[in-house]
Design a protein around this ligand. Sequence first.
Ligand code: THU
Length: 160
Amino acid sequence: MKNIRIEINLEVFDTISDLPSSIQTLMNKAHEARENAYAPYSQFKVGAALQLDTGEIILGNNQENAAYPSGLCAERVAIFHAGATHPNATITTMAISAKSLKNKVTSPVAPCGACRQVLAEYEVKQNAFMAIYFMGESGKIVKSNSIKDLLPLIFDSTFL
Ligand code: THU
């Protein structure tokens, strides 16, 4: 028998003003995108902003549906938007912002498991790490340098 210990590395910033200015801009775009989320069922709005190496910023927000599983998270809306419109660009950074209309979200909201799997696919596709910053409506911001720190033991195409 052998034990495996997995180390993950995350950075925590106390406030948005502690972030580099380009990341503050990206996070503010995620806040703006969040406000346009279509979340009538959960009242939980999420925005995502992607920085491309071309200089462009791509946005996404969660899109819900009366048939609940037909909706999609903000992160996947943004990633698929980037994949559809800028298939050869590299996504260098993702900023995620979440807010509930029912209570104030002051803890960082990490992407769900399904979104992590999609982020993993795109990191492999672009063969470059994607930094991920996530936060609630206010409060601390968590930074991961790669999806590998949010999804250890990744399943990717090398298994197929
Ligand atoms: N949601 C996201 O957009 N991203 C996540 O990572 C977690 C959850 C959305 C899905 C749904 O519209 C609402 O938040 C509540 O789960």
